[in-house]
Design a protein around this ligand. Structure first.
Ligand SMILES: Cc1ncc(COP(=O)(O)O)c(C=O)c1O
Length: 360
């Protein structure tokens, strides 16, 4: 079977991890500082703070921005559950807004309308599947409404919009280094910001509110990344651009090679640098397509089969009163096919042929 992900480990990764294990620095040492500095330089942002995963990166961002229990936070229901869970972790309330069905990203007209209707404190936008939304327009909308903007970049390391890097436009950017991400470490995360005071607050938050020695100014968390993972993060970061280019080349080949009236390709915004964390087709006969691919040795995945507010966990909290018709339709049609740097040319061609052969 061609899998949905195939992480690559090279000699350089093994050397970096081994060197760190023998260095005697296992926590918050020089590898973490170097990873943060290199990540900040890659994005062109003043501060990058390493944390244990993308979920706590979001939690840190929301707390750092001063979110209070009961505050309302606008976000998308078509994302991994962590996006809205981080809002609930602050005892705040997610307000779900519909997506644009062509891009799968937050519908900015719906955002504008919601900002005028609800007392919103923050917006968490997700640059889903590797594509940024029109984050410049969104920043403008947030500024006008005096609302904080968090970019959830768990799926968009290296993505751009009008030349702006994901994670550099909002008040805070958050990243995940989960095993299948464009920058994979296993588990890990990063928060990014240009704001010195906010960075200092978030650095304190991830270290039990520590201000020095055994002094603690407020109740914080232990969200620190280990040096061993930071060492791996550095070698993976060095290969991020190359990996993203390979993803883009595969996406171009899919777009040229798959010409099937039953399948709709992902829509790429004119000024977006899409890094194809996922290549997500739309098909009204999705289960037939998935079975057709499986019989030809090709894995695929429904990302996501359900919206956040449709989950049992959210229904139990009384958060099922939302209605986002585009997002609801999309969950019944999306199917992601393999796309990652280690996918071989012959596998790409096998996937194209299988998609071409699909009919009812
Ligand atoms: C959009 C999005 N946000 C947040 C997260 C959470 O990241 P992590 O799994 O590192 O906690 C993920 C991870 O899958 C994600 O895809």
């Amino acid at each position: 079977m061609i899998p949905m992900a195939r992480p690559v480990i090279e000699e350089l990764d093994v050397e970096a991890v081994t060197r760190t294990l023998y260095s005697g620095y296992w926590a918050s040492g020089p590898e973490v500082r170097a990873f943060e500095a290199e990540f900040a330089a890659y994005l062109g942002v003043r501060h990058a703070i390493a944390v244990t995963n993308g979920t706590v990166a979001l939690h840190t961002a929301l707390l750092g921005l001063g979110l209070q229990p009961g505050d309302k936070v606008l976000t998308t229901p078509f994302t991994f559950i962590a996006t809205s869970n981080s809002i609930l972790h602050c005892q705040a309330q997610p307000v779900f807004v519909d997506i644009d069905p062509t891009t799968f990203l937050l519908d900015l007209n719906a955002v504008e309308q919601a900002l005028s209707q609800h007392p919103i404190k923050a917006v968490v936008v997700v640059h889903l599947f590797g594509q940024m939304c029109d984050v410049l327009r969104l920043r403008q909308l947030c500024k006008q409404a005096d609302v904080s903007l968090i970019e959830d970049c768990a799926q968009s390391h290296g993505a751009t919009y009008k030349g702006k890097q994901a994670g550099t436009v909002g008040d805070v950017g958050t990243f995940s280094f989960y095993a299948t991400k464009n920058l994979p470490v296993g588990e890990g995360g990063m928060v990014t910001t240009h704001d010195d005071a906010l960075a200092a607050r978030m650095r304190c938050l991830i270290n039990h509110g520590r201000t020095g020695g055994y002094e603690h100014a407020f109740v914080g968390y232990n969200y620190r990344l280990t040096d061993v993972l930071a060492a791996l993060g550095r070698t993976q970061l060095a290969r991020l651009s190359e990996g993203n280019h390979r993803r883009m080349a595969i996406a171009t080949r899919y777009r040229e090679g798959i010409q099937n009236p039953f399948l709709k390709h992902p829509f790429v915004l004119k000024e977006a640098g899409h890094v194809f964390h996922q290549y997500t087709l739309r098909c009204r006969h999705r289960s037939l397509l998935q079975e057709h691919l499986r019989l030809r040795g090709i894995s695929s995945a429904v990302i996501y089969p359900m919206l956040s507010y449709q989950q049992k966990a959210y229904i139990a909290l009384g958060l099922d009163g939302f209605h986002c018709p585009h997002a609801e339709q999309i969950t019944g049609e999306v199917l992601s096919i393999p796309i990652y740097p280690s996918l071989r040319d012959e596998e790409v061609e096998q996937i194209i042929s299988a998609c071409q052969e699909f009919s009812l």
